[in-house]
Unconditional design. Structure first.
Length: 287
């Protein structure tokens, strides 16, 4: 596509500033706002659903509020450390200087924020924090995970929209023969690319939520919803990776991106949880 005839949408990155506003030298990015919206919406959805179906979940609002803090700490630690270990080529330097992992300032003392988060690392951190939480609070693990599985997908949409506004995790270059791609593509450094962040928001957020919500209507799938989420997200992310530019430092492994390989593990985990817990439900075995 000739840039001279490109639509306003195709050129949106040239007209949009990822910084929402600044206070002195401190800049607030749209991504940060989107992230906060994701957290607040996840908490709101969880409290709403728990209050709407008290017999189904049996989790009090104050427990949800407390768990929210634990889970967020687990997600942040896991996402950042996961990115360092999986994706960052400077991982050995970070391991030798661990205090730098969460340092929001560059070598010149300028505030740049914390850049680089891994979804799959965040999942692992979340699961560890959740397991610790239920042990401390002495509550059932899988009903809490059912509530999480319903609450997270729509909130996740904000995260992917935030990636789009922050002009990161962009898509692969669109071929001249893909007319639909030419219409929806975004110019990034002169190359027309798929808006993969928005495609991921739709697949990993909205479609995954619909699948989990439908499965939540069947009693035999009680306590399986975290498995449904893992399987659904894994499939949606695996598909979306075909539009997303692979991390340059990672490349492809046998034609698959690192994201697809990790999603394959999520799919296996999700299928295992669904199969084992569904069998327990049929036999009437309580958690």
């Amino acid at each position: 596509m000739d840039e001279r005839i490109a639509s306003t949408w195709n050129m949106i990155y040239d007209k949009f500033d990822p910084i929402a506003f600044s206070i002195g030298s401190f800049s607030v990015h749209w991504y940060g706002i989107a992230y906060v919206c994701a957290l607040i919406s996840a908490l709101f959805i969880a409290r709403f659903i728990a209050a709407r179906f008290p017999k189904r979940f049996g989790i009090a609002a104050d427990v949800i509020d407390s768990y929210f803090i634990w889970a967020e700490i687990g997600v942040l630690l896991g996402a950042r450390i996961g990115y360092i270990l999986i994706y960052d080529p400077a991982r050995l330097w970070y391991l030798a200087n661990p205090w730098e992992i969460f340092n929001p300032f560059d070598s010149n003392g300028e505030f740049i924020g914390i850049r680089g988060m891994s979804f799959h690392g965040g999942v692992l951190g979340f699961l560890l924090a959740s397991y610790w939480f239920v042990k401390v609070k002495k509550i059932a693990f899988l009903p809490l995970m059912d509530l999480v599985a319903i609450s997270v997908p729509l909130a996740y949409v904000f995260g992917r929209v935030g990636n789009f506004l922050n002009q990161e995790l962009y898509g692969r270059i669109i071929s001249e023969s893909d007319r639909f791609g030419q219409m929806i593509g975004i110019f990034v450094d002169g190359a027309l690319r798929y808006p993969s962040q928005l495609l991921e928001a739709f697949l990993e957020g909205i479609i995954t939520f619909i699948i989990v919500a439908v499965c939540a209507c069947y009693k035999k799938l009680n306590n399986t919803l975290i498995g449904v989420y893992a399987l659904s997200y894994g499939v949606m992310r695996f598909v979306a990776e075909y539009w997303r530019e692979p991390d340059p430092q990672m490349g492809l492994f046998g034609g698959f991106s690192m994201g697809q390989i990790l999603c394959a593990l999520m799919i296996i985990f999700g299928a295992y949880v669904i199969a084992t817990q569904y069998k327990r439900n049929q036999l009437g075995i309580k958690e």
